[in-house]
Design a protein around this ligand. Structure first.
Ligand code: ADP
Ligand code: MG
Length: 468
């Protein structure tokens, strides 16, 4: 009977859904017109009831006729890790019953040493500290191309937690690019808009510690229940669950429960889901249910605005030249950028000296130690065009106006000097010229520099800017 039902169901849903929600079901018995099926967990049962009850009904009616009934048998031990496995029978479409049962479960507080957020007098009137950091908010999370998608997805989620298709929202990106900041911002915004919602921010590391503790103290169930009553769960650095099977398992159940009850889950990770290692497939596949939004390296303009914003907040003035220097030299980590600003300010105030470019250079060297500061052809073109107050397009254009030709030749000369690019490649990047043109440019610059004083000053100035 069940197999005929399955055949019908299979034709009516996606293979993925079938695999996830129907393959794990086992038919256990058939009495009269009632078919009992065993499902792996309560979550599973609730999910089926929520999403597939019609399909189940239709398929069963087709096979067994109008009087058909469905009974779920839930394997409880898989859900809550009870030592005594037992099963519970629930007739179909009896959901309200289930839920009230669940809400009424009192939570024992065997464990008074466990501090907040673990002191839970009962599942009702629980007050949970959000653990949110108010200084990480949307107002000071500056927008740029590198974070636009993630930021606006975060705002969408904050406006309607649990109601968008961004559930879970997974924010991923390299170190120091703003994952934690953005995650807090979302939580803060939700708390602002929906003060009645329970929001919890937790790092995956702390989550793991709490879980291990709960197992030791024999209150794993309290741990699970605690997380299941949260409206918005934010777990930071989820990649840290890799290789931790027990924690992943418990997180899987909590996740399913929350997701199923339309609670919002927000995760951050330093890797895209495809690159996460030693995380169970079933968890990875859930991470992909919602939206994965990447935080990329901020572009120069965004870096400059982040620096200026920080200086403004700290009430510090810094010459534009130094701001640009910092932005051009610390590119891949906003935390380091902030660190450099802070130590720059500290140095200058300790030594009662102005913030100078020299000081900035020393400090930046501490931050970008081994990675030799690299000069790219793009950067050279930018510096040269800025120096002559023209834009890069003009520098690359076909025009033969003398000062533009000179700027272009200087850019080629410095590209040859500072990069490993071939003459051909330099030519193609600077206004699609051929290698002979680049060679000619380099000779011309050499000649002019030794004969023309003014021109020699250009070479020296630009050289200085590029080697800062
Ligand atoms: P991650 O968690 O990705 O390692 P963080 O969220 O800790 O990075 O961010 C590092 C620092 O950079 C924080 O001080 C944060 O405030 C700052 N930061 C990151 N992105 C932005 C941004 N878009 N605007 C302003 N500050 C930012
Ligand atoms: Mg972080």
């Amino acid at each position: 009977v069940w197999n005929s039902c399955l055949a019908f169901i299979k034709d009516n849903i996606t293979p993925q859904a079938y695999k996830t929600w129907f393959e794990p079901i086992q038919a256990v018995k058939l009495t009269d017109k009632a078919l009992s099926i065993q499902v792996p967990s309560k979550f599973f049962y609730e999910w089926l009831e929520e999403h597939y009850v019609k399909l189940l009904k239709v398929s069963l009616n087709r096979v067994l006729g109008d009087q058909a009934k469905l009974v779920y048998v839930i394997r409880m031990e898989n859900t809550y890790g009870n030592k005594q496995p037992f099963t519970e029978k629930i007739p179909s479409t009896n959901r309200s019953n289930m839920q009230s049962q669940e809400v009424d479960v009192p939570i024992k507080n065997k464990n008074p040493e466990l501090k907040n957020p673990f002191i839970i007098p009962g599942i009702r009137n629980v007050k949970i500290e959000s653990q949110l950091n108010p200084s990480y908010n949307f107002d000071n999370f500056l927008e740029g191309d590198s974070n636009r998608l993630a930021r606006s997805a975060g705002l969408a989620v904050a406006n309607k937690p649990g109601e968008t298709s961004f559930n879970p929202l997974l924010i991923f990106g390299g170190v120091g690019l703003g994952k934690t900041h953005l995650a807090h911002s979302i939580g803060i915004e939700i708390k602002d808009k929906y003060p009645e919602k329970t929001v919890l921010y937790i790092s995956a590391e702390k989550f793991t510690q709490q879980y291990i503790e709960s197992v030791k103290k024999n209150n794993r169930n309290d741990f699970i229940h605690f997380y299941q009553i949260i409206d918005v769960l934010i777990v930071d650095d989820i990649q840290l669950l890799s290789g931790k099977a027990g924690t992943q398992d418990v997180f899987f159940h909590i996740f399913n429960h929350l997701h199923q009850n339309r609670k919002q889950v927000i995760l951050t990770s330093d890797k895209a889901p495809v690159d996460m290692q030693d995380i169970e497939q079933r968890l990875l596949s859930r991470f992909k249910w919602g939206l994965s939004a990447e935080l990329q390296h901020p572009d120069t303009d965004t870096r400059i605005s982040i620096i200026k914003n920080k200086l403004y907040r700290d009430g510090v003035d810094m010459p534009e030249e130094i701001v640009e220097f910092l932005a051009n030299n610390i590119k891949t980590n906003i935390r380091e950028l902030e660190g450099a600003i802070i130590s720059l300010i500290a140095h200058s105030s300790f030594n009662k000296k102005d913030i100078t470019l020299d000081l900035a250079k020393k400090i930046v060297d501490n931050y970008v130690k081994n990675t030799k500061r690299e000069v790219s052809i793009d950067y050279i073109q930018k510096i040269v065009s800025e120096y002559f107050q023209m834009d890069v397009e003009t520098l690359q254009s076909k025009t033969r106006k003398r000062h533009i030709v000179q700027a272009r030749q200087l850019a080629m000369f410095f590209a040859k000097k500072f990069t490993k690019a071939s003459l051909a490649s330099i030519g193609s990047q600077i206004g699609k010229r051929d290698h002979a043109t680049v060679l000619h440019a380099c000779k011309t610059v050499d000649n002019l520099a030794s004969t023309d004083k003014q021109f020699n000053k250009y070479v020296e100035d630009i050289n200085k800017k590029l080697t800062l």
